[in-house]
Design a protein around this ligand. Structure first.
Ligand SMILES: Cc1cc2nc3c(=O)[nH]c(=O)nc-3n(C[C@H](O)[C@H](O)[C@H](O)COP(=O)(O)O)c2cc1C
Length: 355
């Protein structure tokens, strides 16, 4: 077994970043664009599990029982297997898989990752091998380890979202997260998630296709996120997750060229956290269903902020690329925060912001 030891750096990142990040991103030795954050090296070890705590850590996300409030953000943890040497996937609140489509997509042209101050831009474009591959290779692996599984569902059309869910109904899946917010595809994705009418339509159709908990993932690339949140709730979402990446771009002035082949991409990492927190706080006041908060969470302090703003659970995303054990550290840190503040049940933190 191997793991990364964040306390014993091996210098600059780029291609020197954790190989797990390059694998998940499909970079094969190119830079991950995470150079500032990659002070890690491989050492022998066993997958990390959270420390024992007297704090009650279980939460319920719209019918999904999570043993603690921490999952991973889709697309930053593959289907869990790539992180299995670092983290006991069963000890997470849930593993959220990379977005899956019916037949698989190749994704966008490279370069599709760029580093920006306190963040990264990606235009991966929902590359994935398709739902049959997920069922055959990844879901059995997660099931054998006892992981709680959220499958992130993507599609080019309303029909495709439904077909993916239907294909998964006989598979060991605990909940679906419907991604109507990817900024990196031309059809489906964010184009669906920016209009309340199309959100109602796609969510109602997904709702009719399953009785399992249905989480709908919202885009931040709208004027009023609460309008979209209300539409998803009205159409039958059991929970909402937010935020997906924020549209951005980066330019190489020397070459007078965009850094991404697709020109624009989705911004993630610490740079987006204030926007994400604001949107979680707004949605918490606008809807009754629970929220899964994400956007720039790298530490337990970040995660607690999201819980206080109104999230029932949180997801660690881009941080996984620089620190493959970030999830377990966040779980431990939340429990320690609770212990320090005399909080016996993590649910007491949800929406407890005083303002
Ligand atoms: C490389 C990469 C791939 C992603 N792929 C997906 C995806 O397949 N489906 C999805 O809903 N979100 C996807 N996202 C968005 C993340 O799940 C998350 O919403 C966003 O990155 C904000 O969280 P973070 O700042 O902690 O990374 C992706 C993000 C990154 C960085």
């Amino acid at each position: 077994m191997t793991r990364f030891d964040a306390e014993q750096p091996v210098g600059a990142g780029g291609a020197g970043c954790p190989p797990v990040a390059q694998t998940v991103l499909g970079l094969h030795g190119q830079s991950t664009g995470l150079s500032g954050a990659c002070g890690t090296r491989l050492v022998e070890g066993t997958p990390r599990r959270p420390l024992a705590t007297s704090v009650r850590m279980a939460v319920n996300l719209g019918g999904l029982e999570m043993k603690n409030p921490v999952t991973v953000a889709s697309g930053t943890f593959a289907a869990g297997r790539e992180y299995g040497d670092f983290v006991d996937v069963a000890s997470l609140g849930a593993v959220t898989t990379k977005g899956v489509s019916l037949n698989g997509w190749e994704g966008n042209e490279s370069p599709r990752i760029a580093e920006t101050p306190s963040g990264m831009l990606n235009s991966i474009g929902l590359q994935n091998p398709g739902v049959a591959h997920l069922k055959e290779h990844d879901l059995p692996w997660l099931q054998a380890r006892g992981a709680t599984v959220i499958v992130n569902v993507s599609g080019h059309s309303f029909d495709e979202y439904v077909q993916v869910i239907e294909a998964l109904e006989d598979a060991p899946v605990d909940a679906y997260e419907v991604n109507i917010s990817c900024p990196n595809v031309d059809a489906g994705g964010m184009t669906i998630g920016t209009s309340a009418a199309s959100v109602e339509k796609v969510v109602s159709r997904c709702r009719a296709a399953t009785k399992r908990p249905l989480v709908v993932k919202l885009t931040p690339n709208v004027t009023d996120v609460t309008e979209i949140a209300r539409a998803a709730e009205a159409a039958g979402a059991d929970a909402l997750s937010l935020i997906n990446t924020i549209l951005g771009m980066a330019i190489d002035a020397e070459r007078r060229r965009p850094q991404l082949a697709r020109v624009v991409g989705g911004l993630s990492g610490p740079a987006v956290k204030p926007v994400a927190l604001r949107m979680v706080w707004e949605c918490a006041k606008a809807v009754q269903v629970p929220l899964l908060g994400m956007g720039g969470i790298a530490t337990a302090a970040d995660a607690v902020e999201f819980l206080l703003a109104g999230a029932t659970a949180v997801a660690v995303g881009t941080a996984n690329f620089a620190n493959p054990t970030a999830t377990v550290e966040v779980i431990d840190g939340i429990a320690q925060y609770c212990e320090r503040h005399g909080v016996h049940d993590v649910n007491e933190l949800i929406g407890a912001l005083e303002c």
